[in-house]
Ligand binder design. Structure first.
Ligand SMILES: Nc1ncnc2c1ncn2[C@@H]1O[C@H](COP(=O)(O)OP(=O)(O)O)[C@@H](O)[C@H]1O
Ligand SMILES: [Mg+2]
Length: 325
């Protein structure tokens, strides 16, 4: 078997604050294969957003990467000089942000921004390439839009332009952190579908970060469910929904109306823990119907519960019976 495109092992991020050290990411490990669609899912505050720049070694002080290792295309990113990292950030990975306005340059036209992202030395003109990319991302009247500035576009169009810029770089991996939450619901669905369609067409891998398990259901190959800075469950999408092996995942599935139509909607009671001064034990235990004393005090290992299926739960075996019923 060849090495994965991306391997994240034991990644930790800490942010010192007045109140103490926030442990935003606590030993996150996963791999992404070439061309794969991978999702990081979890409630707000679970550490999804901090994980993305940490992969790229872009955590700004006082925040810091306090542990772990990231291998991209076989190279340990911690060992690379900043110059090589910059190159990888520019073309190896591309991030698509929640708010495209902050990522687009307000004083450059759409054409200038796409052209800037195109690699040098292409045999055809940059303008034609830019125009072609705008067509690919479904921008109406692309000739006119080439001359537009970001503020002249709608939110959905700006997100399409971001995607055109990302495609111009032809990255091996696209990282999209809640790319559509700022948009209205119908546009959200269109843009997400477009991202996944183009990702497959261009052979890019995608890490899609979302709090919405409903989105994941239709779009991705594999899912990592995050809670309190840890991955609680990791599985192929089909296995995750058919045989969830972590109470938090079960809770999430039951709280999404479009997935679990058999039961009444049931939000998970309680709220996520404070990420300052977390002790051993499962961080989900206070909200978990299955929790026992050992869950509250012991170290909870991440164990294999099936083919490519992992759970960080001492009761994973009990849940198998539960989910089947
Ligand atoms: N600049 C910051 N200072 C202090 N705490 C932060 C900062 N940014 C994020 N956090 C904390 O880190 C944790 C993870 O945040 P984040 O990665 O943004 O979660 P998510 O994207 O899953 O909503 C949260 O508890 C959040 O409050
Ligand atoms: Mg976030």
């Amino acid at each position: 078997m060849s090495a994965p495109l991306l391997a994240v092992e034991g990644l930790c991020v800490e942010i010192p604050t007045q109140r103490g050290i926030v442990q935003a990411v606590r030993g996150v490990s996963f791999t992404v294969e070439r061309g794969e669609t991978f999702a990081l899912v979890g409630e707000s505050g679970s550490g999804k957003t901090m994980t993305c720049p940490a992969i790229l070694r872009l955590i700004h002080p006082p925040g810091r990467i306090s542990g772990g290792r990231v291998t991209f295309q076989g190279r340990n990113l911690a060992r690379l000089p900043e110059r090589d990292l910059e190159r990888i950030r520019g073309s190896g990975f591309v991030m698509v942000f929640q708010d495209p306005m902050s990522a687009l340059n307000p004083v450059l036209t759409v054409e200038e921004q796409i052209a800037e992202a195109l690699p040098w030395g292409r045999p055809y003109s940059r303008r034609d390439r830019a125009l072609d990319l705008l067509r690919r991302v479904g921008i109406p009247d692309p000739e006119r839009r080439l001359r537009a500035y970001p503020h002249q576009l709608s939110g959905g169009q700006r997100q399409r332009v971001m995607l055109a810029i990302a495609l111009a770089r032809q990255p091996a991996l696209l990282l999209a952190d809640e790319p559509t939450t700022a948009l209205d619901v119908t546009i959200q669905a269109q843009i997400l579908r477009l991202i996944v369609t183009l990702q497959k067409e261009y052979g890019m891998a995608l890490i899609l970060v979302t709090h919405d398990l409903g989105v994941v259901y239709h779009m991705v190959d594999r899912v990592a469910v995050m809670y309190a800075g840890q991955i609680m469950e990791l599985a192929a999408k089909g296995d995750l929904f058919a045989r969830p092996r972590h109470p938090y995942t079960i809770g999430l599935i039951r709280s999404v109306p479009s997935i679990d139509r058999r039961r009444p909607l049931a939000p998970i009671p309680g709220s996520p823990p404070d990420l300052i001064g977390l002790g051993p034990g499962c961080p989900f235990a206070p909200r978990c119907a299955w929790a026992s004393d050992e869950c509250r005090t012991g170290e909870i290992p991440f164990v294999r519960v099936g083919d490519g299926h992992w759970s960080r739960c001492l009761k994973a075996d009990l849940l198998e019976a539960e989910a089947g019923g």
